[in-house]
Design a protein around this ligand. Structure first.
Ligand code: KDG
Length: 349
């Protein structure tokens, strides 16, 4: 009897060790983007952005998660990270290229360091309003630009909205061009933005978004430019006194996925990713527009002084940046620039 019990317990021990060995092997062969939970079948998307969890961009990311998890029946789960927890626009895009992160949603400006044609959207005063931007971005030329990301090991699934950018600073009210004189302005990491601000008379410095609040607080820079929603939700009013409706650039976001992760999905799953990125983008654009409409008032309620840029002053700004646009046309690609201008014209007919 004792012998039988010993034999049985030895068999049990061997069976348990074999089971442990198997799951260990599965976990290590799965690599990044997959999880051994759910019987080793589920894939995990790590999705990170620079803005905080109050911003419509994060709410859009949560919508993407909801759609993906529901449509894939939990076969793909999405972990969301905000406030630069995984890095800034540039480093997260690089992580997608390496396959160590699956999703990020950067502004097109830093993305132009990967695909120069995206700088077409850095042309100041390009889009007259959000509706025209939607038509161009969701239309032929916008989608052609997304295709170009593939050569960089990235998949562009849709455009979301960052929005029209407006200027804030801690020094003075900005109403006309002369008020830009010498202002130390943080710009996104993009050469066209830098040169455009130089042409306006400012003293620009490129910097990742994750460093911006501290730089404003410590006075390393006097000001920055972002849509009202970001200025309010990131609490820049705590360290900035003046806001002007410069509306100098419309910033799109691009919903990016790591190509190596995307290529490992089934055709059905790839379709779900595209649909979810488009659907969540529509939701994000709507929330973002509501936020930008209401937050200029909130900034004034928090004590910021609002200064309007007169139409004459805007004309002056348009003239000042014109040579910069000419200088960059070749670098962006004449064909892309022409196509975008034509699409904008068509969209307004
Ligand atoms: O999540 C997006 C942000 O990282 C960034 O793109 C915001 O407009 C932005 C900026 O000024 O860097």
């Amino acid at each position: 009897m004792k012998k039988l019990a010993m034999v049985l317990s030895t068999i049990l021990l061997i069976a348990m060790l074999a089971a442990c060995g198997n799951s260990g092997e599965k976990a290590s062969s799965n690599g990044g983007g997959e999880s051994a939970s759910n019987g080793g079948e589920s894939k995990v998307i790590k999705a990170g952005i620079g803005l905080n969890d109050q911003h419509p961009q994060y709410k859009g990311l949560l919508k993407f998660k909801e759609i993906v998890e529901e449509k894939t029946d939990g076969a793909i789960t999405v972990e969301t990270y905000h406030s630069g927890q995984l890095g800034d626009d540039r480093s997260m895009t690089e992580a997608l290229q390496l396959g160590t992160q699956e999703v990020t949603v950067p502004s097109t400006a830093p993305l132009a360091n990967f695909v120069p044609e995206f700088s077409v959207f850095d042309i100041p005063f390009l889009f007259p309003n959000e509706e025209v931007a939607d038509t161009v971005l969701d239309g032929e030329v916008g989608q052609e630009l997304l295709q170009k990301l593939e050569s960089q090991n990235l998949v562009g699934l849709s455009y979301w909205e960052n929005g029209f950018r407006d200027l804030t600073n801690s020094k003075r009210a900005v109403a006309t061009m002369k008020d830009f004189d010498g202002l130390k302005i943080r710009t996104m990491e993009n050469d066209l933005h830098l040169d455009a601000f130089k042409a306006l008379g400012a003293n620009p410095t490129p910097m990742a978004f994750t460093e911006l609040f501290t730089a404003l607080q410590q006075g390393t820079v006097d000001g920055q430019e972002n849509p009202y929603a970001t200025i309010y939700l990131q609490k820049f009013y705590e360290v900035q006194n003046h806001v002007s409706n410069t509306h100098h650039i419309y910033s799109p976001f691009v919903f990016l996925m790591s190509k190596s992760f995307y290529d490992g999905l089934t055709e059905d799953q790839q379709k779900i990713m595209k649909e979810a990125a488009v659907e969540a983008g529509k939701y994000e654009r709507k929330l973002n527009r509501e936020a930008n409409d209401k937050y200029l008032q909130s900034l004034q309620d928090e004590g910021m002084e609002y200064t309007e840029i007169t139409p004459e002053a805007r004309e002056e700004m348009v003239k000042a940046v014109a040579p910069v646009i000419d200088e960059y046309k070749g670098q962006i690609g004449e064909e892309t620039v022409d196509k975008v201008y034509k699409a904008i014209e068509e969209a307004q007919k």
